[in-house]
Each structure stands twice: as C-alpha cells, then as structure tokens.
Write a protein that binds this ligand. Structure first.
Ligand code: NAD
Length: 252
C-alpha cells in the first residue's frame, strides 16, 4: 500500500526512546526513511538509522544531519524532539542548570534546524515539528525552568514558521500532556509513593489517563505530512483535554 510518506526522509532528534521512538517507528511504518539522532542510538531497531548526536553540540548535529541526507538523498521532515526535564521553582535550580536545560531544549532545536534547513529547502514537502509541552501554555507547579524552556520552544515555533513560510517550509509543534514514556517512569521512580504519584498524574488529565507516546506520534506525523500542507504556525495539544477543558467537579 502506498502512503504520503513513501520516498520521504524524516530526521527525529531524541528518537531512541519514548515519543521520539514512537514517532520514528510510525514514519517508518508509513514508508519514510528515518534517521534517529540521539545520545545513545545503539538500541534503535532496524530499519531506523541510528546516528549519534548531542543536540548541545553543534558539530555532532551537523555531522549527523549531513550523514542522514547523504545516505537517504535528502531530508524532508525534521522532528525536534530531544529534551530533558527539570523540577523546581525559580529558587531551586542554579545558573548552570538553567543554561544546561535551555541549551538542550531551546538551542538544541536551533542547532538541528540550522543544520537541516539547506536540505529542507530542496524538498517539495518540507516540514518541521517541535515537541513542545503543555508546560508552555499552563502553569504547572515545580516546573519553572522546564516551562520556560518549552515556552521558548512555542515562541520559536511561531517565529520559524513566519521566517520559512515563503520557502515552502512549514513549522508546527505538539503540546503533549503527561505521556507514558521512560521519562515519566524515571519521574515516578523518584517519587516517595510511585503508585500514588501515577494516580495523581492520571487524575490531572480530564481523560483520566496518561497520553500514549503513539498518540503524540500520530499528531507529529500528521503535522509533518503532505496532508497538513496548509497547516503552519500551530500548536496541537495532545493532552487528554488538560489545557482546554474546565470540568465541573464530579458529584460524589
Ligand atoms: P525520553 O527520556 O523517553 O526520551 C528522550 C530522548 O532524548 C532519549 O532517547 C534521550 O537520549 C534523548 N536526548 C536527551 N538529551 C539529548 C541530547 N542532548 N541530544 C540528543 N538526544 C538527547 O523522553 P520523552 O518523554 O519521550 O520526551 C521527549 C520530548 O517530549 C521532550 O522534548 C520532552 O520535553 C517532551 N515532552 C514529554 C512529556 C512527557 O510527559 N513524557 C510531556 C510533554 C513534552
């Protein structure tokens, strides 16, 4: 069966785990060539092409992006998904921590995009999708640094969409709620009562459950694909209704 993605090439940063891996696998199932850029791509399953790159290191990003373009004959889609978390209020993280998280979550998007743009300009179906977060649009407790980084990703998405629309390059982002990935497993593992913490995270979502990585992947693939040719400069919430709904408390 042919699909919109046959013959296209996607590059997914942070594609060795969680949302990135689910996205890379979905692109591949739909017929795209997929390169995964990650700190540790050793376990990336075939036919995905794993390439080592640190989005905090410009040289490694450029080398990996160029390698992907050379092997697959170009790049049509870039998913800027690599990111790290941070907990705390503004009092809790020192300057080095702020610089580190912003360097990966924000400047990392810049580095991968800068490296990919010459290749994207040669594509008839160029699309960029950034993995942002509900933390960009809702105030979450204990997430000052992380939220600032994702707020910047949202603003950057809009600015990039404006800069590149006349080149035929669309730029959008997804805003996931809490997604069931190894990241959240690590978060729960460090909680005093992981089961209670999971129940609290489930309850925070109007749907009553965490978002799956595959659900976020489906939104990313939609925004990246030729079918979304008129969609640019948007943020698509995939959050179980967390950002948009105001529910009445349930009657006991
Ligand atoms: P994850 O930890 O399962 O996967 C993240 C991947 O990024 C890992 O493979 C890791 O090796 C890679 N990575 C980290 N730093 C990197 C770097 N410097 N260079 C290259 N690769 C690097 O996490 P996830 O939950 O799949 O999160 C992916 C993205 O989704 C992140 O940007 C995160 O902020 C965002 N997000 C996650 C959630 C959630 O609840 N899990 C919610 C909203 C947004």
């Amino acid at each position: 069966m042919s699909s919109d993605f046959d013959g296209l090439t996607a590059v997914v940063t942070g594609g060795a785990s969680g949302i990135g891996l689910a996205t890379a696998q979905l692109f591949s199932e739909l017929g795209a060539n997929v390169a995964v850029l990650d700190l540790d791509p050793a376990e990336v399953p075939r036919p995905l092409l794993g390439l080592r790159a640190d989005v905090a290191d410009d040289r490694s990003v450029r080398a990996a992006v160029d390698t992907a373009a050379e092997i697959f004959g170009g790049i049509d889609i870039l998913v800027n998904n690599a990111g790290i978390g941070a907990a705390g209020t503004v009092e809790d993280n020192d300057d080095d921590h702020w610089h580190r998280v912003l360097d990966i979550n924000v400047v990392g998007v810049v580095r991968a995009t800068r490296a990919a743009l010459p290749h994207l300009r040669r594509s008839a179906y160029a699309g960029i999708v950034n993995t942002c977060s509900i933390a960009a649009t809702a105030g979450l407790p204990q997430r000052a640094l992380y939220s600032a980084s994702k707020g910047a990703v949202l603003a950057l998405t809009l600015a990039m969409a404006a800069d590149h629309v006349h080149e035929g390059i669309r730029v959008n982002c997804v805003n996931p709620g809490t997604v069931d990935t190894p990241w959240v497993d690590r978060l729960l593992g460090s909680a005093p009562d992981p089961a209670a913490e999971r129940a609290a995270l489930n309850a925070r979502q109007p749907t009553g459950r965490l978002v799956s990585a595959r659900e976020v992947a489906a939104a990313i693939v939609y925004l990246a694909g030729p079918g979304a040719g008129s969609v640019t400069g948007t943020a698509l919430a995939v959050d179980g209704g967390m950002a948009g709904l105001r529910l009445r408390p349930e009657r006991q």
